[in-house]
Each structure stands twice: as structure tokens, then as C-alpha cells.
Design a protein around this ligand. Sequence first.
Ligand code: PLP
Length: 610
Amino acid sequence: MMNYGIDIWGANNFFIENGKLKINYGNQPALIDIVKEIEERGFQGPILIRFPHLIRKQINSLYNSFKKAIKEFNYKGKFKAVFPLKVNQFPTFVKPLIKIAEKYNYGLEAGSKAELILAMTYNNKNAPITINGFKDKDMIRLAFIAGFMGFDVTITIEGLNELKSIIEVSKEYHKMPVNIGIRIRLHTSGVGIWAKSGGIESKFGLSSTEIIEAVDILKKEKMLDKLKMIHFHIGSQINDISPLKKAIRESGNIYADLRKMGAKNLSAINIGGGLAIEYSQWEEFRDKNYSIEEFSNDVVYLLKEISNKKHVPMPDIFTESGRFIASPSTVLVAPVIELFSQEYTEKALKLKEKNPDLVEELYDLYKSINENNYIEYFHDALDHFESLLTLFDLGYIDLIDRSNSEILVNLIIKKAITYATLKGFKNKDLKSINEKFQEKYLANFSIFQSLPDFWGLGQRFPIMPLTKLNVTPNRSATIWDITCDSDGEIPFSKQFPLYLHDVGLEKENYYLGFFLVGAYQEILGMKHNLFSYTNEAIVTFDSEGNYEIEFLEPTQKIREILIDLDYDIDEIERELKNNIESAIDDEEERKEILGELFLLLNDMVYLKND
Ligand code: PLP
């Protein structure tokens, strides 16, 4: 048995029972049963499943831990939070989030004009909107309109030119319906693969000299009362708490000094995002060295300490952590459609009357391998195979001999694995065989579309099968996706090993779950090879705890993705029709093939489970 590190990354959201992965909520359905129901409704291929109850759990955990810290340290400021839309802008995520957000007054952060339009449309009325990123005057006008609508809007300036634009727009409207925030350029930077957002060299924020100039400009324009917030963000997925503590000290001192410089309405510090998720499924590694409780305690305690020391009121605390909120809510399930070694069966052997000596020897090894000699025979088989490949290159054996060698070596490896497994999963022999030879699992999904952070940054996501969890897996696994690109692979790694089961796919289905994929992956996903978004489902639970598939949307069709690329679909259809008409004379046959072609054009972009 193997639990795939579920106790490390699973946060009690899933558990294993009777060999199945189950959801620890409501009546605790098995994920495989949900997948089967979706398939019974005619959906095939990869499925992205969203669980809004896990969005609620994360929001709850964020608010509760800050509430607790505020109480414990007798902190006088308030806690407020916004969801950064860049983390997941899809309606199937945002709309459930907005419903859950109402109770908390949880707002939205926008980093572009399109995101701002979403915030203006869907944000709950009393919840805050913060606006970051580079802005033109139109974006500032949109922010003003959001203010006119009655939203509590803060525009965070990334540079002095933006402040000048805000002043100009306020003169156009003769009103100032928004608050101003200043993004500060800290000398503290984060750690980890997403750490570039902080530090003195960072792309964002004002230096201390620019901050002072901003205050002077605001004073001159009699707008200093609109300065409400200072903001920093030292990077997503901060895996070490110490840079955050440094950033809090640095920003706390800037806040206090700005108050002393006359910014009397400056009342909030927005600490950006950064709250990390534990993605590890290996005992030896952790993706973060702190808990949400430690995070909130540190923020509250340090801000209290600085405020008291500098005799300024304790500021409200804003967070913009989105990865923490969104990641756990989404699971990608991909069916395995082929195991590479399954082609190598005894039936496929085409032994001749007279075979090359080494092939005969391989056959003998295969027939006489047993629990006492399997490791020696495994090594011999590999040696023989190397020699046979050299003989093929030199022209001494033919393709049939080579194929027989391949089949025999694979059969010997399988037998060796079976004998080694009998000695237990942790035995040295099995490890050494598995490190030399991996099974290749071809899964019906695209890494470029569904796990772009793995492709681009090497970020690992927990992976596990949904079934057979009462059987010890004994194959070291490399996962191949269905793109025609050798980068579309999660190779076996000795450092981060993944073991899967040896399954006969003709007899049983085998699905892989990719977890914690709710943040960033979908919007960063690429249509490489023209594989676009997957099937998508929202699964909720009714008051009796029964699950419900509340929403189901199929993957894109071939014709739709071509239209997306700006192809003229009428032209494509016309040309396809011409090609058939000019090549097939028989009218009946022509009609039939044309009909079939048009059906196939409307098929999904992913593979079908034939
Ligand atoms: N706020 C800002 C300004 C950001 O740039 C980001 C993302 O990098 C976030 C919030 C979200 O941070 P996280 O990914 O840690 O949730």
C-alpha cells in the first residue's frame, strides 16, 4: 500500500478507503464514482473537477486564523482580504467564490482592465476592490467608474506617472471616488521560483525617494487624505517565513513614517500574496516551512510591535493570497490509455526455428528465472540486450530477432519485478530494477494545457491513481501526455519517485489524479498541438451530504479550436468537401465519407477511450 503523501499535501480533504480515493466531505464519495458518472453522461478524456467546498474551507481558514491572531495579540486594526483574479479568472471558479465571499466581505483584486471589469461586475457590494499592475488612463477611468458604482476601490500606484494620471482623471470628473495605495519597493525579496516580485531590483513599486515625492505631490494637490494603503508583494508561494517577517518590518516602518509625514488617513498595509501551498508528496521534502497560523501570528504580532514602538495606530491588514485559496479546489483527472510495456506479451514472440544464440539465451533466462536468481538474470538480460542491439546495428541479426529480444527483455523485467515485489516494496532489488527501467503511462491530457508550471518551472503537483490503492504499486512511472512533444512528459525522478500499478487496461480502467491545480494552471495553459481546455465539472454537496454534478462542460471541439485560431471554418469545410468530391467518384461512398468527416470535425480535441 502507498498513500502517495496524501497526509502531507491532502490537508484532510481526501482519504483512502477500500482501495479508492475518497472525498472527505458530505457522504464521502469516491472520486472514481464521480468520474464514472461524468463518463456515463457521455464525457470522455481529461476532466477538471472543481469542489467549491474546498474554496470555502480555504477562505474560512484564512479569515479564522487572522481573527484568532487579532484576538490573541489584542490587535486594534481589522483584517481584510481580496482574491487576486490573476490566479483564476474562470467563471466556474469565480462565481462560486463570489457566493462564498459574501459572508466574509471578501473582495477582488484586479491587475488589468479586463479583470477590473470582472471585479466591477461580480464583486459583492461592500467588499473591497484593489487594483494593481501597470495602468493607463482608461484603466484609471474604469476604477473611477467602479468608485461611482459605490465600490470601495483602492488604486495601488506602481509609479509616479500613475499618480499623475489619477490626478488628471480626478480633474476630468471633478471627483475622487477612489482611495490611493502605493506599492512600495522593499529591499526584502522572497525565496523560491516565484520570488522575483520583491526586492530592490523588482519590476514593481516605488523607491523611498519616489514615495516621498508621491507624498509631496499628494500634499500639493490636497489629496493626501486619499492615501489609504501601502502595498507590497514579495512573490507567490513564499516557502520560507523569514523574508515575510523582514518585509513586514520594512513596510511597517514605512507606514509609520508616512503617518508622521502627515498621511493621517493611511490606515492599511496590504501584504500581497505569498501564502504557500504544500505540494510535496515526499516525506523528505516540504514546500513551505510554516503554517497559516504562524503566518498570521507573525504578521499581526510584528505590525503591533512596530505601531506601538512608533506610536501610530495599528493598521488594517489586507492580504491578496490567491494560490492558497484556489489551489486545493481543483483536481484534474486523466485516464491512462496505454502502458508502454503492455505490447510485450509472450504471444507477440515470433521465434524462428533457428534463432541467434543470444536470443535463445534470453529465452532460456525468461523460462528459468525464479525467486532465487531473478536479479542475476535481470542483469544478464540487460547485457544480452545491449549485445543484440549492437549485432542489429552491424547487420548480424534482423528486425524479427530484434523484436524478439525486446519482448523477452521486457518479459524478464516484469518477472523480476514480480519476484522482487514478493520481498516487499522497500527491498533493494526492486528499487534498483525500478531505477533502471520505468513503465511509461500514456495519459489522455496535455501537460502544456493542464500543468504549465510543471513544464515551465518544474513545479511538482501531487499525482496519484484514483483506484487500486489497496495494492502496492510496483512500477516506477514516467507519465507521457498525448502531445507530440517530448517535453510533454513527467519523467521518473530518483529524487521525487512516483510508483504506479501494473494494470491490464483491456480489463480495467486506470485514472490519474493531479491535485492542487486550481491556481494559475488553466489560464497559463497553452493550446500546444491544439489541445485546449479539458472537460470541466463543478461538484457540490446537498444538505444531506450527497454529491451533485452541478455543472458539466465538454472539452473544446476541433472546429471550435480552429475558429479560435481565426480560421475561417466555412473555408475549411468547403475545402474539405472539395477534396473529397474531387477524389471519390462513387456518390454513395462520397456522401458517407463526407458525413463521417463532418462528424469528426465536431469531435473533441482529446482522444477517445476506444
Ligand atoms: N498580489 C499581487 C500583487 C501579485 O502579483 C500576486 C501574484 O503573484 C498575488 C497577489 C497572488 O499571490 P499568490 O500567488 O501568492 O496567491
